[in-house]
Design a protein around this ligand. Structure first.
Ligand code: NAP
Ligand code: GCO
Length: 263
């Protein structure tokens, strides 16, 4: 369907070397977009370029730390010069630190906020003027269950992702008149390196308690995979969602709707 075509569009996926970002980027590439991604380590950028090329995608990889405004501005200028104006921005780069709040240092708290909330602000701020000039743009912020819910040990992450939900609504409010749509995707529990510690088997080979907990909390009774994010990302990156703005699309197998299976 033409509405889902991204032919001629340039998409930037931050932190797109692997994981959820990589999967979403492949969906956008399959619809015709030119893919740009960044990472903080050259070796990961190089690995990412190989990963993309192995599935037939010629992705443009750059080293850039999304928390460094000078680096980001130079990165966006370089991409605009070398690849083209960014039509679609996916603010995917993010980290989590799982530490009880009363034991968490202010430095650790700040680092999570810096990458997960300040990063999307800095990159969006750099890209929006180009989108305004071009007359359209799509910004997709990768939120979380923790944009809506808390749990032990993830105070910084929840604060960042809650803030990212509201930043999404504010970009929608401030730039909707320029034909820029800013939406969020809220993945549920997805099997990636970021959640690997929550799925590690116990010493006796039994499932991690958190693994069993998530299965019981998810109507789909499974962890999500990065591939589950491909369709939602394409929808929000394409003309099919031109009248969708300020919305957080939860891709969670139903967790947010469900009280959880009785033990
Ligand atoms: P991941 O496997 O840890 O990948 C995160 C990516 O972001 C990595 O490539 C990482 O690069 C990059 N990154 C980290 N800090 C960066 C910085 N300062 N500048 C540029 N890139 C940076 O995470 P994921 O599971 O794919 O998650 C991707 C996004 O989805 C994150 O925003 C996460 O919060 C969100 N999310 C994940 C889940 C889940 O269950 N997995 C659920 C909901 C939301 P390095 O490897 O060099 O650190
Ligand atoms: C955690 C997990 C979650 C997921 C995701 C859920 O420790 O609770 O890492 O935060 O990463 O954000 O949507």
């Amino acid at each position: 369907m033409v509405q889902f075509s991204l032919e001629g569009r340039v998409a930037l996926v931050t932190g797109g070397s692997y994981g959820i970002g990589f999967a979403m980027a492949t969906a956008l590439a399959e619809a015709g977009a030119t893919i740009v991604f960044n990472d903080i380590k050259q070796e990961l950028v190089d690995k990412g370029v190989v990963n993309y090329s192995e599935i037939g995608i010629k992705a443009h990889g750059y080293v850039c730390d999304v928390t460094n405004e000078e680096e980001v501005n130079a990165f966006i200028a370089q991409v605009t010069e070398e690849v083209g104006v960014i039509d679609i921005l996916v603010n995917n780069a993010g980290i989590i630190k799982r530490i009880p709040m009363h034991e968490m240092s202010a430095a650790d708290f700040r680092q999570v906020i810096d990458i997960d909330l300040n990063g999307p602000f800095i990159v969006s701020k750099a890209v929006i003027p180009h989108m305004i000039k071009k007359g359209h743009g799509k910004i997709i912020n990768i939120c979380s269950m923790m944009s809506e819910l808390g749990r032990e040990t993830v105070s910084a992450y929840a604060a960042a992702k809650g803030g990212l939900k509201m930043l999404t609504k504010n970009i929608c409010s401030e730039y909707g008149a320029y034909n820029i749509q800013c939406n969020g995707i809220g993945p549920g529990y997805i099997a990636t390196p970021q959640t690997a510690p929550l799925r590690e088997k116990q010493a006796d080979g039994s499932p991690h308690p958190f693994d069993s907990f998530i299965i019981a909390k998810t109507p789909a009774a499974r962890w999500g995979t990065p591939e589950d994010l491909k369709g939602p990302a394409l929808f929000l990156a394409s003309d099919a969602s031109n009248f969708v703005n300020g919305h957080i699309l939860y891709v969670d197998g139903g967790i947010l709707a469900y009280i959880g299976k009785q033990p």
